[in-house]
Design a protein around this ligand. Sequence first.
Ligand code: SF4
Length: 412
Amino acid sequence: MGRLDLTEKLAVLADAAKYDASCASSGSESRKSTTRNKGIGSITGSGICHSYAPDGRCISLLKLLLTNHCVYDCLYCVNRLSSNVQRARFTPEEVVDITLDFYKRNLIEGLFLSSGIIQSPNYTMEQIVRVAQTLRETHRFRGYIHLKTIPDADPLLIEKAGLYADRLSINVEVPREASLVKLAPEKNAGSIRRAMGGLRLRLEEATDEKRRSRHAPSFAPAGQSTQMIVGADGETDSDIVRSSVSLYSSYKLKRVYYSAFSPIPGSSQLLPAQKPPLMREHRLYQADWLYRFYDFSIDDILAATDDGMLDLDIDPKLAWALKHRQRFPIDVNRAPREDLLRIPGLGVKSVNKILRIRRWGRLDLSGVARLAGSAKTLSKFIEASDWNPGAILDSPHLTAALKPPPRQLSLF
Ligand code: SF4
């Protein structure tokens, strides 16, 4: 196979990075302005994804692997040593050039960089750090940088990465340690946890240093995150939620990302042949949201599951409400914030608006529906100045009425 040019490497290594979850959405339609296909401007579609900055802005990131060569053989990974995929490798300087090129053309606001392991964890980490260091020190790059760190790398390298990156992440890979032993024998759950613990301590130290002196250097100001693969080893949603909650509380993570397992051609028989429904990933993100923003405890979320699995037809908040009908209806004109947050169909913003509005007057059903965008679900669970759901809440048909209607499967 001949040497790949930069655009070909970009296609391979941006595609390989799609399994790294760091985005709320990814990809973009490829459009070109050629003589035949007239138009203004051109985007490659390779590797641009969207992520959320700590201040809530949606930013576009160039998402790349430094290389998809890897000396490890994690069974669930398309880039594993024994995988038969096209390989490519950027030099750190090439990643710097591409990032600057995209950045100057206003296509991206930052870089997300991960890598397969080449030679050793330290060697790989050095290369990753070199990209960030060159961007920041040589080119004064002011964009966002998210670096995936290698857990077994020297802590001094991780320290250095934090001086240049906005966010660092270390993947826990799978929700259960036993699965890691089975599916990624070269990885060690202990060293992953130690690396995350070390990062947490360093982040806390950096916050203290900043408090003492505003001239103290920043260290990964957007904190640390992690990713776990869903559906590779028969784990239940309860296993995943338990693992996430423990990670949030032990390591003060900003985010746990979920990535639905994707079967790989020629993969091990230890892995499922089917990928889990994408809706499962979505429900897990919703459960995660309930934990982080809606004051749901882990027990509340587990109570929304059946046999350890979240309902694919309805969101976890509605599933919880249907199982706790005795807690409803909730009076939108009197209930405290924590109760309003339990109402299916009401988001945090709507709850905040309700709390503001009711200082001046009482809310009726149509007023709440206007704030929420619809009354269909919430009307079953609230009491307003002109409304009480009465016997609706006790109806044995309520769950069926709130589930989406069954759809004929497509034959094609
Ligand atoms: S170390 Fe990372 S890139 Fe290498 S096989 Fe494992 S998951 Fe894939």
